[in-house]
Design a protein around this ligand. Sequence first.
Ligand code: PHE
Length: 452
Amino acid sequence: MKGNISRNAERDSFASQFGLVMAAVGSAVGLGNIWRFSYILGINGGCAFLLIYILCVLLVGTPVLIAELTIGRRGGFGAVGAFQALAPGTAWRLVGMVGVLASTVILFYYPVVAGWSVGYVFESIFNWGAVTRDSAAAFAVFSAGGKAMLFSCFALLLTAFILIGGVSAGIERWNKILMPLLGGILLVLALRSVTLPGALAGVRFLFFPDFSKLGITGVLDALGHSFYSLSLGMGIMITYASYMKKSADLMRATVSIITMDTLIALLAGLAVFPAVFALGFDPGQGAGLAFVTLPGAFAKMPAGQLFSALFFLLLFIAALTSIMSLMQVPLTFLEDELRLSRRKGLAIICVVLAIFGAPAALSFGPLSDFHILGLDYFSFLDKFANDFLLPITGLLGTLFIIFRLGTATSKEEFLTGAEHPNGILAKLYPVAIKYIAPAAIALILLNAIGLF
Ligand code: PHE
């Protein structure tokens, strides 16, 4: 323990409340906010789904977020070290291990999409003719080729470069610039989109409350997405919180994170769907919408090339700030547990990623026939992490609070440094973490393994 304490004294920390909020929001706001949220909102009955989603965020996402923040700050170490410090010599550290595994697995494929995004900034500028002639064919060629691979490497190396700077001079500094920039670009795009003639259909797709379209799948979608969107169950928030000072206001941070994550998802919906409808396209999910439908739609609007470049820059920033948080999880693990220097840790991570990440980039080209359990490598990683690892870490994390750390201790940590310790969150948290969150996450898990 002595060693731990002295290691702790050398730890970097977020320099300001604004900086730590920007970093956490940077992690939370990712590809999930830009297109997945609005899509599931649309197909599940718009406003009706929004209400359920907000409820899931408040009753499940928020308490789990608070749990992770308090585990990280109180433990003073990353995902594994925090459990170790709070429950020395027990098996609870395995929960942290699953978290580290989850972020590492996601790191194998998430940078591929970041690579596509930055690649498409360049495609929009230099190859616009080919992209708009047949956007589906252009994307198929692009994602299968060497360019996509190079851009993914670029995204990874840029992240590693930022992380060499450390938490305050790397992650915090970059997020303080990138997140406001993301907000600005998003506002421009949303304004452009909703002022197109015929945009109302898209606004209606998003917000028309149609309860008849909201079924049990919609509720499960809302639950799962609230978890994913807040970057929970991956050890990220535990890791980030381990760099937060005791004077940091975790309550204010929590409110900022959940509000901004949801608002940005809504704004992204307004940037994408009105344009898609106004220009006569079908809303579709995932990569298809962003990389195939949108370039087609941009091509039909005035100055579309500029808006296209801006959109993919937005997507890249969203992905980059999420990748930073992902990579910091195994990095902190290597620093805390194996006492490696940051540079050595990053070098090891880059080598591991080159080995296990490259097949993800290739799974749209040469490796498209390589399947695991019937899924291509990329989709397999995505499913394995999101359907299993995330809910498992989330559930075990809540059990840790209930049975080991204690709800009262966690709440006390939450209120240390809080400006308004009597807020509604403080009252709601113990009930939500004890009863509502575990039940809801168990439901997600049962659904993932097909038992519900
Ligand atoms: N929260 C991110 C999103 O909404 C997803 C994410 C973040 C995934 C960090 C992995 C790591 O897209």
